[in-house]
Design a protein around this ligand. Sequence first.
Ligand SMILES: O=C(O)[C@H](O)[C@@H](O)[C@H](O)[C@H](O)COP(=O)(O)O
Length: 225
Amino acid sequence: MSMEFKEYPDREMLALSVADRIAGQLGQHLRTSPTASLCVPGGTSPIPVFETLSGADIDWDRVTIFLGDERWVDGEHKRSNGRLLRRHLLRDRAAAASHIDLYTGDERPEDAADALSQRITEHLPITVALLGMGNDMHTASLFPGGDRLAEALASDAPPLMAIHAPGAEEPRLTLTRPVLSKAIHLHLLIMGPEKREALERAQKLDPLEAPIRAFLDAATVHWAE
Ligand SMILES: O=C(O)[C@H](O)[C@@H](O)[C@H](O)[C@H](O)COP(=O)(O)O
């Protein structure tokens, strides 16, 4: 399979369309399966998608939602991805979904990785995974220069790993390549010219230099200026 690239006239259309597509794929899956899973990114780009998606008319009580990565800060910290999720996605109709919180309060993400890996395993393969990307071509918390990047990109990586990287402000917990790349539906959401250039650069690089590269063959990329 090769990357599908969808360009939208503006960011609002992008958010509406991505939310609609995700809701459609979850709803379709729930017609033939008792449950579905949704993995979403942190950062700022997905907020408008979350706000539309949270009102979608699907059986949210059969959906489990988790982040693709968490920043190891308290759940009320402004950099917490969990906080973002609680404020913008786990509300309205989507408040009925189950949520696996990746921040456990343990001192280090290493202390939480194994138990959370087991919980995530119960929800694999991920039905729909939405990824974001930084200008440095990281996705989830798979950062170029990350201390355990090669392990996290390996086909036998556990579902979740702790990672420390110069480009990340705090220690992180991240889903790894095998679980993200095997999602039934995989989407990448990016906005602005810098990210489009970064994506073009990534296509010519190795995943160790450009971790997003590991997902491009299977992903639908959604972009707006
Ligand atoms: O916690 C994180 O840092 C993310 O999950 C990360 O992978 C994010 O998706 C990109 O950094 C894009 O972030 P923005 O949407 O804020 O540009």
